[in-house]
Ligand binder design. Structure first.
Ligand code: SAH
Length: 236
């Protein structure tokens, strides 16, 4: 089903090298369309929601949500990405070690900004619900589609453990022919989404958009679809 992508392994150091070379074509200067279009469904009338951003990069979406009074916790391996996030958004920040995760640091927005943003610099798989509790929302863009395909079960188990009972998890997946381009971002078929999350969660397809641009044509693709899913714990 995943073709040549199934055994793809990208080491953490390679991601850090992308950041060092400034080879970060995945970063978008504007708030992501899928998040903007579906924010009401994610919030579901709630205020002051705690958002989790797995593999957060320096996504401007984090500031957008924090400006609306929500709190944001992100995880990212690249220290450069985290520092750039605060600097490019004109925010001061503090940094401190995380005793529960050897080698990790947490960067928090300075108090004068009256916002709530904490970014953990560590490998996502060392993060756990014992660190920051569970979350009311998750925005997963460039995350499930970025991890090594062989790690998807481990990833889904972690995400499920981070979901509070009322959690609303917005997920972007990408559909294309994996024989034509090796990734990342990787192809995540809907069937696999159901095997990863379907036992404990309901999965609703919110939107399916043609997202083909010159970049995907350069990759050699003929078709490129962006799917937005809303995943919620069963019985919530
Ligand atoms: N969500 C962001 C970034 C997507 S790219 C956005 O939409 O812009 C994926 C990011 O995950 C990169 O910044 C990379 O450095 C980071 N990353 C990859 N694997 C990781 C891991 N195992 N733990 C923490 N960060 C990781």
């Amino acid at each position: 089903m995943l073709g040549q992508q199934a055994d793809w392994i990208m080491a953490l150091g390679e991601w850090e090298e992308y950041w060092q070379r400034n080879d970060i074509g995945f970063h978008q200067p504007q708030v992501h369309k899928i998040l903007k279009n579906n924010i009401d469904k994610v919030l579901n009338g709630r205020k002051g929601v705690r958002f989790f951003f797995p593999l957060c990069g320096k996504a401007v979406d984090m500031k957008w949500l924090a400006d609306m009074g929500h709190s944001v916790v992100g995880v990212e391996i690249s220290e450069k990405a985290i520092r750039q996030f605060f600097e490019e958004n004109n925010m001061t920040y503090t940094e401190e070690p995380v005793p529960a995760i050897p080698g990790a640091k947490v960067y928090k927005v300075g108090e004068l900004h009256r916002k709530n943003i904490s970014l953990y610099q560590c490998d996502l798989y060392t993060f756990a619900c014992s660190i920051e509790g569970q979350f009311g929302a998750i925005w997963d863009r460039g995350s499930l589609v970025a991890i090594n395909p062989a790690d998807r079960e481990k990833y889904a188990a972690l995400i499920i453990s981070l979901m509070a009972k009322d959690c609303r998890y917005l997920l972007e997946t990408l559909l294309y022919n994996p024989d034509l381009y090796e990734g990342p971002p990787f192809f995540v078929p809907d069937e696999q989404l159901h095997s990863l999350f379907g036992t404990s969660c309901d999965i609703e397809l919110l939107q399916s958009l043609d997202a083909m641009t010159d970049l995907q044509r350069q990759w050699g693709l003929d078709k490129f679809t962006q799917n937005a899913h809303l995943i919620t714990p069963k019985g919530s």
